[in-house]
Design a protein around this ligand. Structure first.
Ligand SMILES: [Zn+2]
Length: 497
């Protein structure tokens, strides 16, 4: 049989093709728009069992007292200068301060207090139901150096009050948590609170120099006692307000992972000689071309492999147009977004293991061929990778954040209790915290403290004019006050269907 191809059949064929094409575009458009207006990643839980026996509130007297305590804490210069130099007398003074201003904690039969590595504190608070798995709160006492001459509006260890803010090194990193956690526990104990669930408080004294005597030893100690933790909450992310392009309203980002770190040393050796008769290749040249290759070949963009995708999906409904359309439809726009993210150094850090060549040393004299050249490369490992034999491989170390994860849901509920206007989303930490030492004790480690971050505030972190508003510090005390009570729940409510 012969099929006769006429002009008419061709036209008919293309007509149908065009119709299919138009229909597909329309359907695609409808799906994209539909999702833009209906997409919501947050799962709601059923009714919570009430564990708040003591209402989170502060009297005027308490507000005065907690501020006074906090100011003295900021005034003690607990500086970690370098790996080998810390302000020891300040750390001793800090210990005395804690004993003086938190008399209930240090005298309660419910609280066991231990000094670890000389200046770190480990508190064990015994719950009435020992079968419930304990959790742990972390914070650190030490701070990075600060110099008034860098342009501080108030001296960095003055804790001076300016326009409703307390200025000083450590006000947001991390004495607000150290004092906030203990102040909350002190007030709960004063009111006769007995926790149901046991918990630990770990206050490191050397976090800014990687925690070898503080967090590392505390973890060893807990491990030797066979402790397993339901969840760990440390510093890290914050409540961001007006600092994410397109995001409307404040969002609490709960850090569910942090970037790893690896330093690689590269070196090249060649026979030394006089520079008047140079060989074709010098050790500097060999190493320089290796470094160039490293910089040219970035490690792969892993957007979608880590929780950064979940962050956008959780916050999608809080973004303005056209961000909202993109975030609600990552099935379609994922590569567009990941391309935008890798365009800027600060957002590029979220999507890949970054490669930074930070040191290059070689040569001794102008007319001598260098026998040796070395370079150091600082890799920051993406959340979805771990380090195997100095090469990052895909294998994630991410705490879960779904509807049946106790720690995440308790933190989320506590944020909503104290800050009803704030959206909660999983997030990722680019920096490192003491919590990375705790991975053997718990699969669920979160990095968050409810400090408000507004435009310009990120420069205060380890920078000039570090400060916290008085109101924010009060909120932080209430947050921990409520968190300890919320953690007493035996089981999470079921997800709402
Ligand atoms: Zn810190």
């Amino acid at each position: 049989m012969k099929i006769k191809i006429t002009k008419k059949t061709i036209l008919k064929f293309f007509g149908i093709l065009l119709l299919i094409l138009v229909l597909s575009v329309l359907i695609l458009f409808a799906v994209v728009i539909g999702r833009t207006f209906t997409y919501k990643e947050n799962t709601e839980l059923e009714q919570w069992q009430n564990t708040t026996t003591i209402y989170p509130g502060l009297s005027l007297e308490q507000k005065k007292q907690l501020l006074e305590n906090f100011k003295v804490a900021v005034q003690i210069p607990t500086v970690s200068f370098s790996e080998s130099e810390q302000n020891i007398s300040a750390l001793q003074e800090f210990d005395l301060l804690l004993r003086r201003v938190f008399p209930k904690i240090f005298s309660s039969s419910l609280v066991q207090h231990e000094m670890v590595g000389n200046y770190s504190h480990l508190l064990t608070v015994s719950g009435s139901e020992p079968d419930l798995e304990p959790y742990m709160l972390l914070a650190h006492i030490d701070v990075v150096p600060a110099d008034e001459a860098d342009g501080w509006d108030a001296p960095p260890f003055s804790a001076q009050e300016l326009n409703g803010f307390i200025y000083g090194r450590g006000t947001i990193d991390n004495k607000q948590s150290v004092m906030g956690i203990l102040q909350a526990l002190e007030y709960l104990l004063e009111r006769g609170y007995t926790p149901r669930r046991s918990f630990y408080i770990g206050l490191g004294h050397d976090e800014e120099i990687s925690g070898p005597q503080g967090a590392v030893i505390i973890v060893k100690l807990l491990k030797s006692r066979g402790v397993k933790l339901l969840y760990v909450l440390d510093e890290g992310l914050t409540i961001v307000d007006g600092v994410v392009d397109g995001l409307i309203g404040p969002a609490a980002l709960i850090g569910v992972s942090e970037k790893g770190k690896a330093t690689v040393k590269l070196s090249a050796s060649t026979p030394p000689g006089h520079s008047s008769m140079p060989p074709r290749e010098s050790s500097i040249g060999i190493l320089a071309s290796a470094v160039t290759r490293l910089e040219k070949n970035r490690l792969p963009n892993l957007f979608g492999h880590g929780p950064e995708r979940a962050t956008f999906e959780h916050l999608a409904h809080k973004f303005g147009w056209p961000y909202r359309m993109v975030m609600s439809n990552l099935w379609l726009f994922s590569s567009l977004l990941s391309g935008v993210l890798e365009g800027q150094p600060d957002t590029n850090a979220f999507v890949r293991t970054t490669t930074a060549v930070t040191m290059f040393n070689s040569g001794v004299k102008i007319n001598v061929m260098p026998a040796y050249a070395e370079a150091f490369v600082d890799f920051r490992i993406h959340y979805s990778q771990t380090l195997h034999e100095e090469m990052p491989v895909l294998e994630s170390d991410i705490s879960s954040y779904d509807e049946d994860t106790f720690g995440y849901q308790i933190i989320k509920k506590t944020v909503h209790d104290i800050f009803p206007q704030v959206t909660v989303s999983p997030g990722i930490c680019v920096g490192n915290t003491d919590s990375r030492h705790y991975t053997e004790l718990s699969p669920d480690i979160y990095r968050f403290a409810p400090s408000w971050y507004k435009p310009g505030d990120s420069a205060r972190f380890h920078g000039v004019n570090e400060r916290i508003s008085i109101q924010n510090y009060e909120e932080i005390v209430l947050f921990y006050f409520q968190l300890m009570q919320n953690s007493d729940i035996r089981n999470l409510p079921a997800p709402r269907i």
